[in-house]
Design a protein around this ligand. Structure first.
Ligand code: ADP
Ligand code: MG
Length: 575
């Protein structure tokens, strides 16, 4: 957790303030029992009303000052710990944004969410606690012991018995509770995972009548968490009454022995009442310590999880030296590229070599799992190759900045993703400063204008989270429009026409041809009709190139291609 505290730097002034104020407040607290003793000895016993008023006034003043210090300290402590939370959330978010897809594959989305929310909350809470107790607890404990000793030495023996007993008890409880609190964090992850899965997959859950199954899964995870919480809290619930009991027994013992000493004339009433209060303060400070002992390990577990995210070194980084962007326009070249996913036995791509030039359409066809998406994902450098190189405009993608590289590319992923917001917002995602005109034009080329105009509010129609209120084909066309509005040098369509009917598919490609004639176009598809008229077709099979050429050439030379074609087109169409 100490590592995370480096982010508290901007709040050093507030934190110093808290420490000083808590110091002052503790002095006030420690001073009060002494005043109490005076008011009893000099005022009450002697029946001196003036003295009572004088010391009473002093006590009021000290209490008032203590309250003011406490309030300001509390305010500053909240401000700094909440500030720490904000900074951490930003850091974690920014780091996650810079993750390559490999890192997402490794950590998983649910735990990233719990780490950004719940774990940071834990750290935030404990930071506040530490700030307020770090000074107060030891000071009150040591100050209390010294002052109590001053009031009456022999009575301190009672404390010598009570304090070790209390500490022993707290240690036993903490040993039991701390591991439980650590487990709770990972159980929260599990709940988050189940909840996310069943919410995003709600259609599948319904369609397959798996509501009961999902409910059971959630219930299990929930009960698991609940039971751990209950066990932990049962022990915690036991802690406080037990401590109160120890404290009360201590008071009784002090009053008992104090009474004997007063009888013997060795002690006065004021000293006894002050002593009781000091004893309470000492024990209360030990209680504060114990709270820290229990809460800090839990936050520590959370802090480790946060650090794990912050310490991930993204595999994909910008080169150190000034980035060359490449001058030629939109040439994509693969040179003997091989790539495997982390933990996969077989490489997803082997020895891929080809080039795609501006003004040409390069199509990639192959059965599912043949590596088409993997191949196009290497162009915007979502993953780094194992060997060989991917060149864009003659420069290795690892040697230019990601921003420069991705600015050249209009990418339409296989799974269309829309964000919550209007249709205009979604298309403008491709280009911040796109004018109304440009957005409309992109939508027209993408064959989206028609259905947009039929929607409530047209371009201002609200897309719901994840784009669930538009059809699959509409989603695809909106993602295409989003790529078109950028006017990039390179277009990548990863199976982006799959949800379109053949007529719309043909119309869209005809419109595209006019629109993006100058650019380099890569089209991934499983449909022969979509790739038929491409300048170059790359046939992929199990991560290897089975053939490159035009439709006619491949029909004569490539078995894999012929098989695909025969399975889709009739004899006359092929001729
Ligand atoms: P296509 O797009 O041609 O259907 P992909 O490129 O998506 O095929 O997948 C190629 C192979 O890589 C498949 O065998 C698939 O199981 C594997 N694969 C795809 N994505 C991942 C990933 N994130 N992690 C591990 N393996 C993956
Ligand atoms: Mg794919």
């Amino acid at each position: 957790m100490l590592k995370l505290f480096r982010f508290l730097k901007p709040y050093w002034l507030s934190i110093t303030g808290v420490l000083v104020l808590v110091f002052l407040q503790t002095i006030c607290d420690l001073y009060l029992p002494t005043l109490m003793s005076d008011i009893i000895n000099d005022g009450v016993i002697k029946g001196d009303t003036d003295e009572i008023m004088r010391i009473g006034g002093k006590m009021l003043l000290v209490t008032g000052a203590g309250v003011v210090f406490a309030i300001i300290a509390s305010y500053l402590a909240s401000k700094s710990s909440v500030g720490l939370g904000t900074i951490l959330r930003n850091k974690v978010f920014n780091r996650v944004e810079s993750f390559s897809l490999n890192e997402f594959d490794k950590l998983g989305t649910s735990t990233l969410i719990t780490r950004t929310t719940n774990d940071i909350n834990q750290v935030q809470m404990v930071t506040m606690m530490i700030m307020r107790m770090m000074v107060a607890a030891p000071m009150m404990c040591i100050g209390g012991i010294i002052l109590a000793f001053n009031k009456d030495k022999p009575l301190t023996i009672v404390l010598g018995v009570a304090i070790p007993a209390l500490i022993l008890f707290i240690v036993i409880v903490a040993k039991k509770v701390i591991p439980l609190f650590k487990i709770i964090q990972s159980k929260l992850d599990k709940i988050n995972l189940v909840l996310r899965e069943s919410l995003t997959g709600i259609r599948v859950v319904r369609a397959f009548n798996r509501i009961e199954h999902e409910r059971k899964r959630f219930q299990d995870a929930n009960e698991d968490l609940t039971n751990t919480y209950i066990t932990a809290n049962r022990i915690m619930a036991f802690l406080f009454p037990a401590i109160m009991l120890i404290m009360n027994f201590t008071s009784i013992a002090i009053l008992w022995f104090g009474g004997l000493r007063i009888d013997a004339g060795e002690m006065d009433l004021g000293a006894l009442s002050a002593f009781v209060q000091y004893a309470m303060q000492i024990m209360f400070s030990i209680l504060m310590f114990s709270m820290m002992f229990i809460m800090v390990p839990r936050a520590q577990a959370a802090a480790v999880r946060i650090n794990e995210v912050l310490e991930v070194v993204p595999e994909i980084n910008d080169p150190e030296e000034g980035a060359e962007c490449g001058t030629t326009k939109g040439v994509v070249e693969f040179k003997d590229v091989s790539f495997s996913y982390h933990g996969a036995e077989q490489p997803a791509l082997s020895n891929i070599t080809f080039s795609a030039k501006p003004g040409e359409v390069t199509a990639i066809i192959g059965s599912t799992g043949s590596g088409k998406s993997t191949l196009v994902n290497l162009i915007p450098r979502f993953y780094d190759v194992d060997s060989g190189s991917v060149l864009v405009d003659g420069v290795d993608v690892r040697e230019m900045t990601q921003e420069c590289l991705r600015n050249k590319i209009g990418f339409v992923p296989q799974k269309s993703v829309l964000f919550s917001g209007t249709i205009t917002d979604n298309i403008r995602y491709g280009k911040d400063d796109a004018t109304e005109q440009e957005i409309r034009h992109a939508a027209e080329v993408a064959q989206a204008a028609q259905f947009i105009s039929e929607m409530d509010g047209g371009y201002n129609h609200e897309i719901s989270q994840g784009g669930t209120n538009v059809s699959g084909g509409q989603k695809q066309r909106l993602s295409i429009a989003r790529a078109l509005v950028r006017k990039p040098e390179i277009y990548v369509f990863d199976d982006s026409f799959s949800a379109l009917d053949f007529k719309t598919d043909a119309k869209l490609r005809a419109a595209l041809r006019g629109e993006i004639a100058e650019a380099t176009v890569l089209i991934v598809s499983q449909r022969v009709a979509t790739v038929l008229d491409a300048d170059r077709i790359i046939v992929l099979n199990e991560g290897r190139i089975a053939g490159i050429g035009t439709h006619k050439e491949l029909l004569n030379s490539c078995d894999v291609y012929r098989e695909i074609v025969y399975s889709q087109l009739s004899e006359e169409e092929i001729a």
